[in-house]
Design a protein around this ligand. Structure first.
Ligand code: 3PG
Ligand code: MG
Length: 413
């Protein structure tokens, strides 16, 4: 197992300490009412909060990014959070200003003060090198107010930002429980997954899926890669199968990835599964399946077809290890969530070690009421994909550096 050489909450004193707790409770929100649609990420930090019940906790998270519809205040998050912890939860509509700093100074043991959306502070939106991050106003203003920094934001650990890396560089730091749990789940996949090991990869992005497929297949950590969504269209193109004119447009700008897909197909053809049929919305019909080898439609494919659903379902249900990230079709469209739902359900029926990640799949699993049946439901999308593609996470690297620093300063005493 990949062991990370960082401190955890078992290694540090937290009682009565002033703790900055970075979490990722960036959640799906209703675009107009801003009501929280899925609180998986909020529930995910409950264990860490329970462990910190006699500390003076100041909790920070982002919600979305500037310019997006769901870039909003963390006040509703604080209300939901109160249901999942024993502490008295307060909220302050400020991040690093005098108002926030004054409230931080008044936090008592057994209380949690939720700061407002950290990305309201411009510096938090920049990815930068650690030496730059420690000089930000964010780090300079907040760090003197804390004894300990706890990073439990696995889902944001792929970002090199002030609250993820900067504070960890200057404060004694430890990983939270969720961070530990998430890293362990991915380590099992990267070290010795039980075989057969099957990946289901879909979604709209190929740039984060191709590196995963390359890394996993090169290191012989998977037996089958089942493709849906845009990655499926890309591989169909790489295999010189006919796709619809709309799908051609969708993959037209992805030539670099088509080449990488071609190379993967040359080396690992037997492990890569593309859809045998695809579902379209045609001539007023709700859902029409067409075989991939027949004359292609004009429209964009919106889901995998019934034959592919059956094929993929068998693979995931009988797998000893299964991993899924990204929906298999445009699941928001009525009727085109079928592939994603059926494959997820088959995966949840299997007896193997199963991991799902990414907001769409996790949200769907919780709506279907099957989330408890997976071995691990990751709160992350991008961070999990970064790890699976062999990259290290800046947030985790910073925790490892902090542990080395803390050991050195102890040995010097
Ligand atoms: C996510 O949901 O991907 C994380 O919260 C990180 O957010 P970001 O992709 O906007 O940095
Ligand atoms: Mg993201």
């Amino acid at each position: 197992m990949t062991d990370y050489d960082f401190f955890t909450l078992d290694d540090v004193e937290t009682s009565n300490k002033r703790v900055f707790l970075r979490v990722d409770i960036n959640v799906p929100l209703d675009p107009s009412t801003h009501l929280i649609l899925d609180d998986t990420r909020i529930r995910g930090i409950a264990e860490t909060l329970a462990k910190l019940d006699d500390a003076k906790v100041v909790l920070g998270s982002h919600q979305s990014r500037p310019g997006k519809d769901d870039f909003t205040s963390l006040e509703p998050h604080a209300r939901v959070l109160a249901q999942y912890c024993s502490q008295d939860v307060k909220f302050v509509d400020d991040v690093i200003g005098p108002h926030a700093r004054q409230r931080i100074g008044k936090v008592q043991a057994g209380q949690v003060l939720v700061l407002d959306n950290l990305r309201f502070c411009a510096e938090e939106n920049l990815d930068d090198r650690p030496e730059k991050l420690v000089k930000t106003h964010f780090v300079r203003r907040l760090s003197p107010l804390f004894d300990l920094n706890v990073n439990d934001a696995f889902a944001t650990a792929h970002r090199s930002q002030p609250s993820i890396v900067g504070l960890t560089e200057v404060l004694p730091s430890a990983a939270g429980r969720l961070m530990q749990k998430e890293l362990k789940a991915v380590s099992i996949l990267l070290e010795e997954p039980r075989r057969p090991c099957v990946y289901v990869l879909g979604g709209a992005k190929v740039e984060d899926k191709i590196p995963v497929i390359e890394h996993i297949l090169e290191r012989d950590k998977a037996d089958k890669i089942l493709l849906g969504g845009v990655p499926a269209k890309l591989f169909l193109k790489a295999m010189e199968k006919k796709t619809s004119s709309e799908d051609e447009k969708e993959t037209a700008g992805l030539q670099e990835y088509v080449e990488r897909a071609k190379s993967l197909v040359r080396k690992h053809r037997d492990k890569i599964e593309v859809p045998v049929d695809l579902a379209y919305e045609e001539k007023g019909e709700k859902r029409l399946d067409r075989n991939v080898d027949s004359t292609p439609a004009k429209e964009s494919a919106l889901d995998i077809g019934a034959k592919t659903i059956e094929k993929y379902s068998k693979f995931v249900e009988s797998a000893a290890t299964s991993v899924a990230n990204g929906p298999l079709g445009v699941f928001e469209r009525n009727g085109f969530d079928l592939g994603t739902k059926m494959v997820l359900e088959s995966m949840s029926r299997g007896n193997g070690y199963s991991v799902i990640g990414g907001g769409h799949l996790v949200g769907l699993a919780s709506i279907l009421g099957i989330d408890e049946r997976f071995t691990h439901v990751s709160t992350a999308g991008g961070a999990m994909l970064s790890l699976l593609s062999g990259q290290s996470l800046p947030g985790v690297d910073a925790l490892v550096r902090a542990a080395a620093r803390m050991r050195n300063s102890n040995s010097g005493k």
